[in-house]
Write a protein that binds this ligand. Structure first.
Ligand SMILES: [Zn+2]
Ligand SMILES: [Zn+2]
Length: 277
């Protein structure tokens, strides 16, 4: 029989404890890449040790879309897990179904460690808020013109790039600074489209940029998934590992159900983000 005694036993216990810690840590990593749906285009991304929110605060549903349920809204403001320790809030564009300057200013004033990455049009609205001086240092405005080369930035140790893609309905609403944001933490990445227009021409301008992006999770508005050019943009240009449609109306369109794509339509839904370990 094989016995471990004295010093040998202590070493064995230390080795075992270290091994258990290592396994717990790596399985923790594996479970820390998730996307939680709030409503419309509001999502929480947990990218390993970083948390970011997209378009979390808004008050207009235009009669078709979902608002963030009050219990989720409160949990965000109270910083209840998983909505605690938010590193960055991203705003795709300053429309009322994506952005409330009052709420964003209130949140940033309450959580001074949280950064905001947003188009200049949203930042301009924040400049009119009473708390502006208090939150100014947390703001990272993105000022981009249509067809302008993408902009890279690093905020909260996350690699971010931004490109302006026209708002759906183009050439109407051409003045809207709609930003497609890419965010990456080491080997986990996501692409949020805002209300991008699903025309290949807009994306072809930035073909080389999109070609070099490794996208684990694409979050396009649902209209990409039910239009031929939107599907082509995803399949030929973006080539994400996984796609989940957002901005889904309360009455889910039949075409979306038939598309075969995943989509979020119920607040609180969560999915893993596939990635290499
Ligand atoms: Zn919009
Ligand atoms: Zn919208």
């Amino acid at each position: 029989m094989w016995l471990i005694k004295g010093k040998g036993l202590r070493r064995y216990r230390e080795w075992l404890a270290a091994w258990v810690l290592l396994v717990a840590h790596s399985s923790g990593l594996a479970h820390d890449a998730t996307v939680n749906y709030l409503a419309n285009e509001a999502v929480l991304l947990q990218l390993d040790n970083r948390k970011v929110l997209f378009d979390p605060f808004f008050h207009n549903d235009f009669g078709h879309y979902q608002k963030v349920p009050e219990k989720f809204r409160q949990a965000i403001f109270l910083g209840e897990p998983p909505y605690n320790d938010i590193d960055i809030i991203f705003i795709s564009h300053a429309h009322e179904d994506h952005f409330s300057a009052v709420d964003v200013a209130r949140y940033l004033a309450q959580y001074p460690q949280t950064q905001l990455v947003a188009p200049q049009q949203a930042v301009t609205q924040l400049q009119a808020m009473a708390d502006y001086a208090k939150i100014e240092s947390q703001l990272h405005p993105v000022a981009l013109l249509k067809d302008q080369a993408p902009q890279s930035l690093s905020v909260a140790d996350l690699a971010i790039s931004a490109v302006r893609i026209p708002h759906a309905g183009w050439p109407a609403r051409a003045e809207v600074e709609n930003i497609v944001f890419y965010v990456r933490n080491d080997n986990i990445s996501a692409l949020h489209f805002g209300d991008a227009d699903p025309q290949m021409a807009h994306f072809n301008v930035h073909k080389n940029y999109f070609k070099q992006l490794a996208v684990n999770l694409a979050l396009p508005p649902y209209w990409f998934l039910i239009q031929a050019q939107g599907v082509a943009i995803l399949q030929q240009v973006i080539k994400p590992q996984k796609t989940i449609g957002i901005h889904v109306p309360i009455a889910v369109p039949d075409a979306l159900i038939l598309s075969g794509y995943d989509y979020f339509s119920i607040s609180g839904q969560q999915q893993p983000i596939p990635h290499k370990h």
